[in-house]
Structures are given as structure tokens and as C-alpha cells.
Design a protein around this ligand. Structure first.
Ligand code: NAD
Length: 327
């Protein structure tokens, strides 16, 4: 048996068409939209992410303001910048990139965000709404994981609810930005959910838990952590990890947390790295910026979410949706 490969790039292309449609509708209706990113210092991964977002925002015709502060910027300076963006009517979504330098209290910066512009749901109000199952924004990485699962289920003809109700989802890694939101989204779909962290790895080992998973979501940031022995036959494996590794050729490659070569032959379906969760995450963040623009225009969260184009309503080849039609 060999796993089906869940193609994140194809899913991202379809999602991008849906977002392009929504951006055009927004502009035609006279609602402004703008994305701001805040980077403090010269973190390599943050700079790479901002470059990808700049490209995407240009393609989707969304103004993007990349704000960069020096690594020694004080906490007050970071918070002042966030407050300035909160008050700027040209900006609808704000992303503060992690990690922040050690001398800056991340929680204090997140608390300073206007919750209606907090597109990664890091403000306690948005994190709380997500945990309560009534999210205003769904953080982009966890959203991407479940978007890939949902669209893969649709492609197999399985009923989403039936699948989730029967499934045990095991989430490896419990960070506030990826693991915990993924746990909340599993609950939201009424699945059984288990969370394992490095302490399980150090004590009993991960396999004791992960081998029971129907769906295994791995977000630990440890290259090749999950091997064939950790996975049951027929599991669906979603690899969130992105780790830089120098190959035998001396080149740096991006690899996931899952040892793809050994796990793929066992799994029912699997996401590759690169080309799995990552591309969808980027587009979802922009989708959240559209959502923020709608919230700021006075819509309720329910109205704003309902007004977004559902990418599953687009055909497999969504090129038929032109921006002209959208407006
Ligand atoms: P993080 O470091 O904040 O959290 C990692 C979590 O994994 C922690 O809860 C930690 O305790 C746990 N962990 C560490 N070692 C473990 C082990 N041996 N066994 C079990 N759990 C272990 O990282 P994060 O921000 O949650 O990101 C996780 C990974 O996902 C990273 O590789 C990151 O680059 C990647 N990531 C990918 C995307 C994407 O779009 N694909 C987005 C965000 C993060």
C-alpha cells in the first residue's frame, strides 16, 4: 500500500482563487483592505515568511506594509507600532511574527492588538473564542491542517462529519500558535482528540499514543520525529513541521517532522514537506485579512464568515472565476 499524497499546492491554488474573488468583491463594494506584518530583529524564518506574503499580497492586489524594527527595539516601541497600526484605517489585518526578542513580552504585545485586526488569533479574546468553539479568526496553520483534511475527505467521497465523529485525532506538539488551535478545531468537528508533547516522548515514548491515531497531526519542529513504528496502517498523517536540514549534497533542504520515506508506505494519506500545509497557511492568512476587513466594515463574525467564498464550491480547475466576474 502507498499513501495518497495530499497536495497542498493544489489546495492553495483553489483557495487563492476564492480569496481573489472575495478581494475583488470587497473592493467593488468600496471596502478597503490592507495587511501589515511586524518583524522585530532579523529572524531568518520571519523574513522568508514576509517575502512569501509580499508576493501573495501583490498577486491578490492587497496593499502590504512590512514593518521591521531593530532587534534592540524596546517593548514600548513594539507596542506603539502595534497601536499605530490598530488606528490606521488602511490596515485591516496585523500579523506580529514570532519569535520576538527575549526582552519583549510576547503576551503584552498580543494584548495590544485590536482583536478585530488580529488575524492570527493571538489576542486572548480571540484565543478564548477559538477555545470556546466560536472563533472570530481561525489561526492560519491549524486552519490549513483542517482545510486539507476536509478537502481530502471530500475528494474521497467520505462524509466529513461521519469521519470525524469516528476518528481519534492525535496532535503531537502543544504550542499556542499551532498545536492548541489544532486541538480546538478537532473538538469543533466533534472528533476524539488527544494531545501529546515532549514529556510523553521523554517518558513513555510517543508511539504508545500515536499508534492509535486515525489522524496524526505533527507540529513539534523536530525533523523526522515520527517514523513508521509510530503510525498505524491506514492513518492520515498531516506534517506541519518545517525544519532546515543539510543533505548529503551539502544543500539545505526543508523537511518535515515526519520521516516521509518510512511513513508514506504505511499511511492512508499524507502531506509532503514542502508542498503540504505551508502553501495553504499563507493563503489562509490573507483570507483572514479579508475577514478582518469585513468585520471592520460592520459585519458580525457570523455574517463575515458566511460571506467568504467556500473554495469547495469552485471546480477543480477554478480558472473560470475571473476578477471581472467577481466585481
Ligand atoms: P513550538 O516550538 O512553538 O512548539 C513545538 C511543540 O512541540 C511544543 O509543544 C513542544 O513541547 C513540542 N515538542 C517538541 N519536541 C517534541 C517531541 N520530541 N515530542 C513531542 N512533542 C514535542 O513550534 P510551533 O510554532 O508549534 O511549530 C511547530 C513546527 O511547525 C515547526 O517546525 C514550525 O516551523 C512548523 N510550522 C509550520 C507552519 C506551516 O505553515 N507549515 C506554520 C507554523 C509552524
Amino acid at each position: 500500500m502507498s499513501a495518497e499524497i495530499i497536495d497542498g499546492r493544489a489546495a492553495a491554488r483553489t483557495l487563492k482563487e476564492a480569496v481573489a474573488f472575495d478581494v475583488a468583491r470587497l473592493k467593488a463594494g468600496g471596502t478597503g483592505i490592507g495587511l501589515a506584518t511586524v518583524v522585530v530583529g532579523e529572524e531568518y524564518s520571519s523574513a522568508a515568511y514576509v517575502r512569501r506574503l509580499t508576493r501573495l499580497a501583490t498577486e491578490l492586489d492587497i496593499p502590504h506594509r512590512p514593518c521591521v524594527l531593530p532587534a534592540d527595539a524596546s517593548q514600548t516601541e513594539v507596542i506603539d507600532l502595534v497601536r499605530e497600526l490598530n488606528g490606521d484605517p488602511a490596515i485591516s489585518g496585523i500579523l506580529v511574527l514570532r519569535p520576538l526578542p527575549a526582552h519583549v513580552d510576547e503576551a503584552a504585545v498580543f494584548r495590544a492588538l485590536d482583536p478585530r485586526k488580529d488575524i492570527e488569533a493571538v489576542h486572548p479574546e480571540n484565543a478564548g473564542l477559538l477555545a470556546l468553539g466560536v472563533p472570530r479568526f481561525v489561526p492560519s496553520t491549524a486552519a490549513s491542517v483542517f482545510h486539507l483534511l476536509d478537502t481530502w475527505l471530500d475528494s474521497t467521497g467520505q462524509n466529513r462529519a461521519d469521519f470525524y465523529h469516528r476518528s481519534l485525532i492525535v496532535v503531537v506538539g502543544r504550542s499556542n500558535n499551532v498545536g492548541k488551535p489544532a486541538i480546538s478545531l478537532g473538538y469543533e468537528r466533534q472528533a476524539s482528540v488527544q494531545s501529546v508533547d515532549e514529556w510523553a516522548d521523554r517518558s513513555t515514548g510517543l508511539g504508545r499514543h500515536t499508534r492509535w491515531a486515525d489522524v496524526l497531526i505533527v507540529a513539534a519542529g523536530k525533523a523526522g520525529l515520527i517514523k513508521a513504528e509510530h503510525v498505524s496502517d491506514n492513518a492520515v498523517v498531516i506534517d506541519v513541521g518545517i525544519n532546515a536540514q543539510t543533505g548529503e549534497d551539502g544543500q539545505v533542504h526543508m523537511v518535515g517532522d515526519v520521516d516521509y520515506a518510512s511513513v508514506a508506505p504505511r499511511a492512508r494519506a499524507i502531506t509532503p514537506v514542502p508542498g503540504g500545509v505551508g502553501p495553504v497557511t499563507d493563503v489562509w492568512l490573507v483570507r483572514n485579512t479579508v475577514l478582518a476587513a469585513r468585520l471592520l466594515s460592520g459585519m458580525t463574525p457570523d455574517e463575515a464568515t458566511a460571506s467568504l467564498t467556500d473554495p469547495s464550491t469552485l471546480t477543480a480547475s477554478p480558472a473560470h472565476i475571473s476578477l471581472q466576474e467577481a466585481s
